[in-house]
Design a protein around this ligand. Structure first.
Ligand code: GRG
Length: 296
């Protein structure tokens, strides 16, 4: 049995190899070469690969070879990458750096970055539909779950709440939790759910995994709030202090760093309690702890 770090490295390397394969050039002379390069620029820029790791970890915890979950694992990282490319655009957060490199629009221009994000929002559904490992029933269920997690009642809806909150002065904890649940929590929760579907799990297990994902997503986002104040820009690969600069309400502006950390600790412990149904969950317990202590 591999140790935690070795297993994590194995999942990440499997993800990165497959991302490159799914988005390879179709020919040396393809006219849309620049688009594929812009997509790969952002896909290959690194990042923690938390979402695909969760897909694999749930699939394997439930006794199924994690490689069966290759398509949904790469799909979720593509969706995440699309959200980062669009979030960095001048019309959104206007960030020049991401994962320690110039943002996609700084490297390829704004129009190409919009299109690279667009292409990365649909390629996931193509690779799931065309996958040879999963049954038709599994693929339909995954597509249904993933599209809902991304769309108007999911991550994109959460981004809208976030944008509109910037114009308000009375954002409270309940508003913030709802915004984080959608903007950050939905992609993390659906990663866990897709891993379960790949393993043929029953509905009770799927719903416990979803609840774990929502709690992990909230703790993850609160840590993100804390790192925006206390973090190291070199480790984060982007400047700190953007929340204050953009006048955003966060768990840190509401409660201060220490109390925000206590809340993240508590929610993280609640997340671990949801893992009761997830088979061999020791990797997931360690992953939850690592994400709580992360510095980037
Ligand atoms: C613009 C369609 C659209 C959506 C934007 C998710 C999102 C909504 C924007 C991304 C920016 C952001 C700060 C989102 C909150 C979730 C979060 C903490 C993202 C960063 O995820 P990590 O830490 O990033 O997993 P890496 O680089 O490690 O992959």
């Amino acid at each position: 049995m591999n140790g935690f770090k070795e297993k994590l490295a194995e999942y990440i390397s499997y993800t990165e190899n497959n991302l490159a394969e799914y988005n390879s050039h179709t020919s040396e002379t393809e006219p849309q070469r620049n688009l594929v390069e812009a997509m790969n620029y952002s896909l290959e820029a690194g990042g923690k690969r938390v979402r695909p790791v969760l897909v694999y970890a749930f699939c394997e915890a439930l006794g199924t070879d994690y490689r069966k979950a290759k398509a949904p694992a790469c799909a979720i990282e593509m969706i995440h990458t699309f959200s980062l490319i669009h979030d960095d655009l001048p019309s959104m957060d206007n960030d020049d750096f991401r994962r320690g490199k110039p943002s996609c629009h700084k490297a390829f221009g704004e129009a190409m970055a919009v299109l690279a994000g667009d292409a990365l929002s649909v390629l996931p559904f193509e690779i799931i539909a065309d996958d040879m490992e999963l049954s038709a029933e599994q693929k339909i269920r995954i597509i249904s779950e993933l599209s809902k997690a991304v769309g108007k009642n999911g991550m994109i809806g959460g981004q809208v709440i976030d944008m509109e909150n910037e114009l308000k002065t009375d954002v409270d904890e309940s508003n913030l939790r709802n915004m984080y649940r959608n903007k950050t929590g939905q992609l993390i929760a659906v990663s866990c759910v897709m891993g379960c579907i790949c393993a043929g799990a029953d509905n009770k297990t799927i719903e416990s995994a979803r609840e774990y994902g929502y709690k992990l997503g909230l703790a993850f986002q609160i840590i993100d709030d804390i790192l925006d104040v206390t973090g190291n820009a070199d480790l984060l690969g982007k400047p700190i202090g953007s929340d204050v600069e953009e006048n955003k309400t966060t768990f840190v502006t509401l409660y201060g760093v220490e109390k925000a950390q206590e809340i993240a600790d508590r929610i993280s412990a609640e997340a671990v309690e949801c893992l009761g149904n997830a088979g061999n969950s020791s990797f997931l317990v360690e992953l939850t702890d690592m994400l709580l202590k992360r510095k980037n």
